[in-house]
Ligand binder design. Sequence first.
Ligand code: HAM
Length: 579
Amino acid sequence: MTERKQFRAIKGTRDILPPESALWNHVEQTAREVFSTFGFGEIHIPELELSRLFERAVGDDTDIVAKELFTWVDSPRANKGIREARVKAIGANYRGNDPVAPLREEMIRLIGEGNFDKLAEANRISLRPEGTASVCRAYIEHGMYTWPQPVKLYYIGPMFRRERPQKGRYRQFYQIGAEVLGQSDAPAIDAELLEMLLGYFDRVGLTRTTLYINSIGDKRCRPLYVELLRGELRKVKGNLKEDSRRRIETNPLRVLDSKIPEEQPIIEKLPRISDHLCDDCRAHFAKLKEELALRSVPYQENWRLVRGLDYYTRTTFEVTAEGLGSQNAVCGGGRYDGLVELLGGPTTKGIGFAIGTDRVVLALSSILDTLVPNEEIPTSPISTLMQRPDLVVTGTTEGTWSRATVLAQSLRRRGLSIFLPKPGTKLPKVFDAAQKLGIRVAIIVGENESQGNQYAVRVLQPTEPKSPRDLRIPFDDVVRYGKLVKLRQDLERSLARLSTGVEPTPRGIALSRITQTLIAEGILPNRVGGTIQDLMSILNSAIHGKELTSGSVDWALATGNLLLNELETINPFREKENA
Ligand code: HAM
């Protein structure tokens, strides 16, 4: 027992299990679909980078870098020979702009001098705390500034920050990030990115979000404002708490982030950056608001939104969602013109965001929990996201299990999801397990059938007393029957999701293909096929984010339930049996 309890996920990390993992897939897949309609391509960036990259990009004095990086020295003394060769090779091969070129030269020099302590310091690596720095590094490293501009990239994956864990805050957490890099800083780019972001939250089913925007000026006007702010803060220093007092000197903007109740009336009276923007920044922000209105993107201005990373200029934004408690920011982002230059690349403008996947999943789960599932379809909303097997395939004797294994293989190759129990499991146990998984039909490979490529079918749910218990059918009929079962299940899932307000995934497309096959094979009457097509046009509208009237949703649910009943009575073998 003690052995079993010995290992646990380390502090701030956790496992994501089914059915929750299906919700994660939905959240990530929806991002892929929505972002691709805006011309974004997916980039995979390493989870490890030189620490210097984050120190330079995110800023030495930020919490993320100063307190939260997971960093270590990749010991050079241990494998000096390999390292020396590698560093030399990289050093000799790099061409053009290389963000870490000065660092590599420094490393080669230190090797030459045999100064391994210093080399170790230069060779510190960190688990990435965010993705923007890596994307900019990759933009320079791969010469993406020679591609058609702007370059639009998104990334999905884990980030690491040594924070104090709590609900919605983890040490390994996940982000869905998007970045636009190029020559233009037109406010239309900012507005389009925000349109995409809110469109995403809509599509994924996260309602009741609020977008906050601000402009924090650029390198001309911000320093003047910061000095003004510092001056004002010094005057009220005595009334501020320890953290804010320290920040007056280190980073006065961060005082605006304070959540301490006693400090709020003081902060409200401080000068606001919106009154101190230079003409260009003011015009940029005004145009952004026009562009947002043009796209019907709702927003609120928040002059205190300064963000905790150093690279931002002008536009900053955050999205919050309800039901998450104190960790309610589901997305943060902003403009970072000049970051690529800071990392050694050419003059480049940039803007992006990162969505906190953990928090989106948390918020969606709490919405799903409050929804009452349709009585006709007794499934929980999250479980509607799970794929359940279409059929169980089982042997009955030692000799038939190998045939069952081969049958399962052929059916899976035809796109059916098969539950194949452990060889030797007795039939009652097989049926019991299958029913728990929600499987309706069993295909049984018996001694006699195995000779003539015949298989027995047993309907497990709902049990039909009148139907022949084990109908014998050939392989082709197993495939057809399997498709009918699949159609029923997919339809059921889509309806359950429509009724709970979760977007029916593009499984509608698979539904359409199966329906056509079954009509062509004469299993589904044309009449039923027509109803399914009508139903699917409603499901597809929902998939494409169109507003549905409650009338059309009611129609879809009622028709869908009738259709499910009808599908239940279609037995593709009955006709043959009678003939
Ligand atoms: P960030 O505000 O540090 O921005 O993080 C973005 C989002 O990641 C947050 O709004 C939150 O939802 C989620 N998040 C952050 N830390 C944690 C945590 N410890 N646990 C759970 N979720 C967390 C950035 O990372 C920037 N790179 C965004 C960006 C992209 N700006 C421009 N481009």
